[in-house]
Design a protein around this ligand. Structure first.
Ligand SMILES: O=C1O[C@H](COP(=O)(O)O)[C@@H](O)[C@H](O)[C@H]1O
Length: 144
């Protein structure tokens, strides 16, 4: 049984509710990590799958990070959730976080992490000090 089939069944039986806006499943919580390149789920920068608007679940066979073959929720599903939490830790994530969160202007390449913008839900970032160190205005008091 495929993941897509299972989710369709859960939506059909209303175990998972449906977004009024996108017709996608509306998960209560989507928990994501972010790679140093700004990818979330298996949505990588500049990949054509970022433009997938028809499917809820899709696949790639050319992931730049192993393993090459991956399945992933699409952006419309992620952005239909009631709550999206993104966890990122460590200095290797700092630059991508700056590009994903700060007002970096129109020339910024469209990072998948920046494309996580719940339509009708909340977005919360969970960061450690190193990951947050390049955010505009980053100033942290040492709480010991
Ligand atoms: O490849 C992936 O990497 C990201 C980030 O992983 P992390 O171990 O550096 O936190 C992960 O969130 C994503 O789900 C996975 O596909």
């Amino acid at each position: 049984m495929t993941m897509k089939f299972v989710i369709r069944q859960l939506v059909r039986t209303r175990v998972i509710s449906v977004s009024e806006i996108s017709d996608c499943p509306k998960f209560d919580l989507v928990l994501l990590g972010m790679g140093p390149d700004g990818h979330v789920a298996s949505l990588f920068p500049n990949h054509s799958v970022l433009g997938e608007n028809d499917e809820w679940v899709t696949f790639i066979t050319d992931s730049p990070k192993p393993p090459p073959e991956r399945i992933t929720f699409t952006l419309p599903v992620i952005n239909s959730a009631s709550n999206v939490a993104v966890v990122a830790t460590g200095i290797s994530k700092a630059e991508a976080l700056h590009l994903a969160i700060d007002d970096v202007g129109p020339d910024c390449p469209s990072l998948p992490a920046r494309m996580v913008q719940p339509t009708n839900g909340k977005l919360v970032w969970f960061l450690d000090k190193a990951a947050a160190s390049k955010l505009d205005g980053a100033q942290f008091s040492d709480l010991g």
